[in-house]
Design a protein around this ligand. Structure first.
Ligand code: SAM
Length: 326
């Protein structure tokens, strides 16, 4: 099967996956739902609005690193590679990177949000008409093999995982996730954006922007659940709360009940007392050394790290050995 270029392959989770994920998250203690549930069409659009907020430094800082070090990054990654972006969103960073790279041989974008992927690929194809471009609507953490080789040529595969999305996973899960990707990228590598530990006041402001975009993004998870599943859950009964947990080195986002709220979901009853919360996202912050150690435990080798002048954000190039050591 050759899908080389200009295809959209749909392996997205179905409604049963959504239902099972939500029920499992509400039954566990503490209650916790995975961040992929944020990303329906409205959630993807809200994330783009967050990226434009003055308090939300990660996007513009990472874009600046890609801009300021573009030539060096291109030299380090080499010519003729196939870029595989994990969680491509609106693809602004890929666009910047592809413009800097030397003769890339293809671009494969993987995202769970079909709407975001479809729109992004359309504009990317206009910008790079000669480049084979393929979209895969899927969970990038799915254990099933993704059709990467079918979608691309024979050049080295280089993963691109910006936005510090790796920080949404707990460190052990991030290590397992990278260990799962190292063999897929063997002979190539991964360029990955990782947010750094910094003054808690900057972190608290970034996840509590004055325009309320992060609050709307967080609550959209419940809006989406209420719309797509059989439930009387009232999203307005919950408020956004985000704070930096210094001990765990992570920002936590929660949805907290304003008053007592009972609802049924697919026939099962759930009760929240006033002040009860559910966790919707962790965003771990790393030191450069701490992240390098994690990536090397996962089977990658640290080749280069770029940062901004304030050392708020880092972009790592990790190589994936062609033959993994036992
Ligand atoms: C934090 S945003 C980053 C977007 C963009 N890469 C950036 O750096 O601005 C995360 C992106 O990953 C996607 N995403 C989140 N969880 C995912 C999953 N499990 N599998 C595939 N895509 C996922 C979302 O739809 C969203 O586009």
């Amino acid at each position: 099967m050759s899908l080389h270029g200009h295809a959209l392959i749909d392996l997205s989770p179905d409604l049963a996956d959504l239902r099972d994920t939500v029920l499992a998250g509400l039954r566990r203690r503490p209650r916790r739902l995975p961040p992929w549930l944020f990303y329906d069409a409205a959630g993807s659009a809200l994330f783009e609005r967050i990226c434009q907020q003055p308090e939300y430094y990660p996007t513009r800082t990472e874009l600046r690193i890609l801009h300021d070090h573009g030539a060096e990054i291109a030299d380090t990654l080499g010519a003729g590679l196939i870029l595989v972006e994990l969680g491509s969103g609106a693809h602004h960073k890929a666009e910047r990177l592809l413009a800097a790279l030397r003769d890339p041989d293809g671009y494969i974008a993987i995202d769970i949000s079909r709407a975001a992927l479809r729109d992004a690929l359309k504009s990317l194809r206009q910008r790079f008409p000669e480049l084979p471009v393929t979209g895969i609507v899927s969970d990038y953490g799915a254990r099933a093999e993704l059709p990467l080789r079918e979608a691309a040529g024979n050049g080295p595969l280089v993963g691109f995982f910006p936005g510090s999305t790796i920080g949404n996973m707990e460190p052990e899960a991030a290590e397992r996730f990278l260990a799962g990707w190292a063999p897929r990228l063997a002979g190539g590598g991964m360029l990955i954006g990782v947010d750094l530990v910094k003054d808690p006041a900057i972190l608290d402001a970034a996840y509590n922007d004055g325009a309320g975009m992060t609050a709307a993004f967080n609550r959209n998870m419940l809006v989406r659940i209420a719309r797509e599943l059989d439930t009387d859950l009232d999203p307005d009964a919950f408020v956004h709360r985000a704070f930096y947990n210094a001990e765990a080195s992570r920002v936590e986002m929660h949805l907290v009940a304003r008053t007592g709220h009972r609802f049924t979901l697919e026939g099962e009853a759930f009760a929240f007392a006033a002040g009860d919360g559910l966790c919707s996202e962790y965003s771990y912050k790393y030191s450069i050394e701490g992240f390098v150690a994690l990536a090397e435990r996962a089977g990658f080798r640290s080749a280069r790290v770029w940062t901004d002048p304030k050392q708020w954000f880092s972009v790592h190039y990790l190589t994936a050995p062609a033959v993994l050591e036992p």
